[in-house]
Design a protein. Structure first.
Length: 297
């Protein structure tokens, strides 16, 4: 490649640099060395040696000047960076994009929720459930799903994003416990679903706003942790129904450009279930007069 940076390789380079910063020399059997390091984590030459590539080649990769790494080199870099699971898959995905071995981008986002999906939301009541876009914009919710996220509905439709809510809404910053763990997972998930389309306008608008307004988001985004969530457990300190611990499942919706349905539940017969059922007992949070009970953004 020439001296100029290739835009296809810049995201791969950002990822390599961010992950290199997370590895301490002692983590991979290298001496920490004396004196201060100019940057955290491994030096470029250390990572190159661990991966079995030349320092010059690695530097060109990180700077986006080399855009055609072989699968063997990518595997070696993944092992050197101690990547597993989603992080390992993300490295290969970015290498494929950089090399041009794949030109397929995610399907265009569709913010229209199918009527059949809305019926499913209604059918799972009293379980709280909602539908989000690829980049976490809330597109629809059943009544308990609306009440699960108090204050989100104060915002205009295009701003009703779960990640934005976590960082910028005062209720979002107190609803989850511990907040720090919740936002770290949310940002890692956002990195994962960005996939091979990191310049998507919906994503870049959201990230640009949060980087400017939230130092916590900016720090987590720079770490480039990657973890696509398919379910788990969340602890809430809900202002209306009190503390509760709920499990949740995330289900991808076919032919939607990345929409997902998130459904929460509690262990039957517990105080958590009683609190969750309290979300169904009342009207949806701030439901406008004449608005249907089943909400579609």
């Amino acid at each position: 490649m020439g001296a100029a940076t290739d835009v296809r390789g810049t995201e791969l380079g950002r990822y390599l640099k961010a992950r290199r910063a997370q590895i301490r020399p002692e983590d991979v059997g290298l001496p920490g060395g004396a004196g201060l390091r100019r940057t955290p984590g491994l030096r470029r030459e250390e990572l190159a040696a661990l991966a079995g590539v030349s320092v010059d080649y690695y530097i060109r990769l990180e700077r986006g000047r080399e855009t055609n790494p072989s699968i063997a080199v990518v595997d070696a870099l993944g092992r050197a960076l101690r990547l597993r699971g989603d992080g390992y898959e993300r490295l290969h995905e970015l290498a494929e994009l950089a090399s041009g071995r794949t030109s397929e981008l995610p399907a265009c986002a569709d913010h229209a929720v199918r009527d059949s999906v809305l019926r499913v939301l209604e059918s799972v009541r009293p379980l709280p459930a909602y539908v989000v876009s690829r980049y976490n914009r809330v597109l629809a919710a059943n009544p308990p799903g609306r009440r699960l996220l108090p204050g989100l509905w104060d915002w205009p439709e295009h701003q009703r994003n779960v990640t934005r809510y976590l960082f910028l809404h005062p209720v979002g910053r107190t609803l989850y416990e511990p907040w720090e763990d919740t936002v770290a997972l949310s940002v890692a998930h956002l990195r994962a679903v960005a996939g091979a389309d990191p310049d998507n306008p919906e994503l870049t608008t959201l990230v640009g706003e949060l980087v400017l307004k939230s130092p916590e988001f900016a720090r987590l985004w720079e770490r480039y942790d990657v973890c696509e969530r398919g379910g788990g457990q969340k602890k809430f300190r809900h202002p209306e129904v009190g503390p509760m611990t709920l499990t949740y499942e995330v289900m991808r919706l076919a032919r939607t450009g990345g929409q997902r349905m998130v459904v929460y539940q509690a262990v039957p017969g517990t105080a958590d279930e009683e609190a969750m059922l309290g979300l169904e007992d009342g009207e949806p949070a701030r439901r406008a007069e004449g608005e249907p009970v089943l909400h579609r953004s």
